[in-house]
Ligand binder design. Structure first.
Ligand SMILES: NC(=O)C1=CN([C@@H]2O[C@H](COP(=O)(O)OP(=O)(O)OC[C@H]3O[C@@H](n4cnc5c(N)ncnc54)[C@H](OP(=O)(O)O)[C@@H]3O)[C@@H](O)[C@H]2O)C=CC1
Ligand SMILES: CC(C)(CO)C(=O)C(=O)O
Length: 307
């Protein structure tokens, strides 16, 4: 069945995952702001990727008036409130919304706006950026989109989406426990983003400092304790994977949040690091390193706001 899919934002993730749905034959419309609309009208959608380039004309609009079957929500967390109002006319009784944002608390905000039966869970693992001219660059072949139903009525759309992506070269997982999967990325990303932004250095450079390993593992332990207190302890496999990435000597890995800071741009710090700290405090946990990481990001945002 062809779905009418609306993609909010034709940025890095929205352009990539929406573009591949177009390639799979779904009826995809991008809901964008005027500058991006002009780019898409002039150049089409352009994705450069080791798994296959896309150069296609794209349907793009700056406002919507009719419901869609599926809305792929791909804005940054700091744009969520405006995005909710922008997609509102596209949400009908049977619409499902799939957010691919990092973090968790957008689920609560989307549930409050549209009802839990409409809001699926999702996350993506890949490294992708967009050039100023709108070209989307997927920086290495790794990619994994994980999504799933948070309410039984969402299962048919999740299945249809999995069938659509099966026609593409992408890795997708239709998860039976999507909220747990989101927690498994959330606690890892909070550690990676907290550590690399605070130290303004990738993992390998932090590890070169005499107390760098103890710092990273101390922060990882705090983030793990919050996930565990929330009822989502990382599996042994995920714990080992996190430690592998966070303890790997000479690793160039840093969070995209670190790149946002290097560009003096806005960050999702409150949505990721701040939110994990807030949740941990609600459980009465003592979280000195996470507090430091969140305070750093809050001070950074305060300074940006003041300048
Ligand atoms: N990039 C990556 O490698 C990864 C990103 N993620 C997560 O995915 C999410 C999206 O990130 P990413 O794709 O990189 O972000 P981008 O900034 O590349 O794209 C977001 C897009 O959303 C658009 N947008 C925001 N608000 C609106 C609105 N109201 N109406 C129309 N368009 C809107 C922006 O448009 P405009 O240009 O007009 O501002 C922008 O093009 C984030 O939560 C991020 O953490 C997760 C894993 C990897
Ligand atoms: C963890 C990672 C690198 C993976 O996609 C990411 O989401 C980010 O840095 O924002």
């Amino acid at each position: 069945m062809t779905m009418r899919v609306l993609v909010l934002g034709a940025g890095a993730t929205g352009g990539f995952y929406g573009g591949h749905l177009m390639m799979a034959g779904e009826n995809v419309t991008f809901l964008v702001r005027p500058k991006r609309h002009a780019q898409l009208m002039e150049n089409g959608l352009s994705v450069i990727s080791p798994v296959g380039n896309i150069t296609l004309p794209a349907q793009a609009v700056t406002r919507v008036s009719k419901p869609f079957d599926l809305i792929l929500l791909s804005c940054k967390a700091y744009d969520l409130d405006a995005a909710i109002e922008t997609i509102r006319p596209a949400v009908g009784p049977d619409t499902r919304i799939l957010p691919v944002l990092n973090g968790l608390n957008h689920l609560e905000r989307l549930d409050a706006a549209f009802g839990v039966e409409r809001v699926m869970g999702g996350l993506c693992h890949l490294t992708i950026t967009m050039d100023p001219d709108g070209t989307i660059r997927h920086l290495n072949a790794f990619n994994r989109l994980t999504f799933g139903a948070r309410h039984p009525v969402q299962a048919p759309v999740a299945d249809t989406l999995a069938q659509g992506y099966a026609k593409t070269p992408l890795t997708v997982v239709n998860s039976a426990d999507i909220v747990h999967d989101m927690w498994e990325k959330f606690y890892f990303l909070a550690t990676l983003a907290g550590a690399t932004t605070l130290m303004r250095a990738p993992i390998g450079a932090i590890l070169k400092a005499p107390d760098g390993l103890a710092f990273i593992n101390g922060l990882l332990d705090e983030c793990t304790r919050v996930a565990t207190a929330a009822g989502h302890p990382p599996s042994a496999e995920r714990d080992a994977e996190s430690r592998y990435h966070l303890n790997k000597e000479d690793s160039a890995l840093s969070a995209s949040m670190m790149r946002d800071i290097e560009k003096a741009g806005p960050t999702e710090g409150e949505h990721i690091v701040g939110d994990l700290l807030r949740r941990g405090r609600e459980f009465g946990l003592d979280l000195p390193l996470l507090t430091l990481a969140a305070t750093h990001l809050r001070a950074y945002e305060a300074r940006r706001g003041a300048s």
